[in-house]
Design a protein around this ligand. Structure first.
Ligand SMILES: Cc1cc2nc3c(=O)[nH]c(=O)nc-3n(C[C@H](O)[C@H](O)[C@H](O)COP(=O)(O)OP(=O)(O)OC[C@H]3O[C@@H](n4cnc5c(N)ncnc54)[C@H](O)[C@@H]3O)c2cc1C
Ligand code: SF4
Ligand code: SF4
Length: 428
């Protein structure tokens, strides 16, 4: 049974992405007790799945590693992984959160040696790579995973593979009797940092994501470039493995559209500008990038990044909302159809690969949280309308870049600290 000590002076942080980790660290470093709950097997959220991040184009490991070092050294933070918070009830200073913890089937003895992974034969879709490839059913979520501990997929429990994994482990780390647990945590304040998910691209029917293999999403593109990703870092197209040198980016894919997400997802212009540099670095003068856009939203200091990409003669900006995509079945090339609004001429443009700059929506609809949490029209937490001590942080409150998520999470931590300090004063 998982033992967690929590009181109404404890802060619960839901979601272990960059925002949740930041909020947990800021609160714990101010002397508060924190329980950090993450539904995946490791912390890091979607930032850990990026290849590089703007504006500096460094690898996400830099920022995450600093946070993990702070986390490892802080005894006030209790981390629960494979743990999902459903609804919350109560009032400021007195909340109850129901946490469902899935079994990992691997205990803290694990040294991440990998022997169990080598012993099993079953494979499962690799969620870290957006299911673009497979991983063994005994796996480490990704090389930087925290905790550095393997996971046994529930699908092999009760099969010979599970016994093979157990037999391969020399440190007695595999426990096939682990069961799902439900904890009811009493806490004083909550930071809700459950982040975002990519909009379902298959719903944008004219773009054929569900029909054409060479139409992919921006999140999949990030994984393709990573050396530890599904293509080993090769920029090749899914249909035939041909190098993708002529790449189109379609902006506002699912965003700013009354049939899909009404809001602007804010990040996808910068994401495509960043991803255009991946193509240019990979193939130099042999490459061509085309960005189909309504308008480019690169705010504040990102304007300089935009200007730099704009100055590249191999990056073409086409002001147009692409009407639809067809496929040349002989070559597998996607063909984009629409009207260029600067000049008003029709185009039928052929590319090797199309990347949909997919919209961001909240991973949990704020309406479902309970405890008086208010949602805006898109399902993000409306921090101005919420009176509960459940403070939205990062992309749970809006589509934000990492820098703004971190600032926002720090503010949420401060608000949560004020609530538990009031509880402490009242209790004398
Ligand atoms: C294509 C693309 C590229 C991007 N590139 C950049 C970039 O280069 N630079 C940049 O600054 N930003 C970039 N971003 C934005 C960046 O991904 C976000 O700013 C960042 O992920 C926000 O972190 P977060 O912690 O708020 O959310 P997330 O990263 O989504 O983390 C939320 C966490 O909460 C967990 N969770 C969800 N529900 C529950 C629950 N009920 N219980 C427990 N845990 C839960 C999730 O598993 C996840 O780990 C990009 C976005 C896109 C779409
Ligand atoms: S569970 Fe055992 S065999 Fe598997 S990685 Fe951990 S220590 Fe190695
Ligand atoms: S950030 Fe750019 S691509 Fe994304 S929705 Fe807004 S305008 Fe469209």
């Amino acid at each position: 049974m998982t033992a967690v000590v929590a009181t109404n002076q404890t802060i619960l942080v839901v979601g272990g992405g960059i925002s949740g980790m930041t909020a947990a660290l800021e609160a714990a470093e101010c002397g508060k007790d924190v329980v950090l709950v993450e539904k995946n097997p490791s912390l890091g959220g979607r930032v850990s799945q990026l290849y590089k991040y703007f504006p500096k184009l460094c690898h996400p490991t830099c920022g995450l590693e600093i946070n993990l070092r702070r986390l490892r050294g802080n005894k006030r933070i209790r981390v629960l992984t494979l743990a999902e918070v459903g609804a919350i009830s109560g009032k400021p200073g007195d909340y109850t959160a129901t946490v469902k913890i899935k079994p990992r089937y691997v205990n803290e003895n694990c040294t991440a040696c990998g022997d169990c992974g080598n012993a099993v034969s079953a494979e499962i879709p690799n969620a870290f790579n957006y299911n673009l490839n497979k991983t063994k059913a005994a796996y480490l979520p990704h090389p930087m995973a925290y905790p550095q501990r393997f996971v046994l997929d529930p699908s092999i429990i009760g099969t010979p593979d599970a016994e093979k994994a157990k037999a391969a482990c020399k440190v007695d780390a595999i426990d096939l009797n682990m069961k799902e647990e439900v904890l009811n945590l009493k806490v004083g304040a909550v930071v809700w940092a459950t982040g975002w998910k990519p909009y379902d691209a298959a719903k944008i029917q004219p773009y054929g994501y569900d029909r054409y293999p060479n139409v992919i999403t921006s999140v999949e593109f990030e994984r393709m470039l990573d050396q530890r990703g599904p293509t080993g870092g090769k920029l090749i197209r899914p249909s035939d493995g041909k190098e993708a040198k002529n790449v189109a980016f379609i902006q506002c894919a699912g965003s700013r559209d009354r049939n899909h997400l009404k809001h602007c997802s804010r990040i996808c212009c910068m994401a495509s500008l960043k991803q255009s540099t991946y193509v240019r670095e990979k193939f130099g003068d042999d490459s061509q990038v085309s960005i189909y856009y309504i308008d480019i939203r690169a705010i504040d200091r990102f304007e300089d990044f935009y200007k730099k990409v704009q100055a590249d003669p191999k990056v073409k900006f086409i002001k147009s909302k692409v009407a639809n995509i067809t496929q040349d079945n002989a070559s597998g090339d996607p063909i984009l159809h629409g009207v260029d609004t600067e000049g008003y001429h029709r185009y039928d443009n052929r590319h090797d690969l199309v990347v949909l700059a997919i919209g961001m929506e909240p991973s949990v609809d704020a309406k479902s949280i309970g405890a008086g949490v208010a949602a805006d029209a898109s399902g993000f937490i409306d921090i101005n309308a919420t009176e509960a001590a459940v403070f939205g942080a990062g992309c749970a409150s809006n589509a934000l870049d990492v820098n703004r998520s971190v600032q926002n999470a720090t503010a949420a931590a401060l608000r949560a600290i004020q609530v538990v300090n009031r509880v402490a004063r009242a209790e004398g």
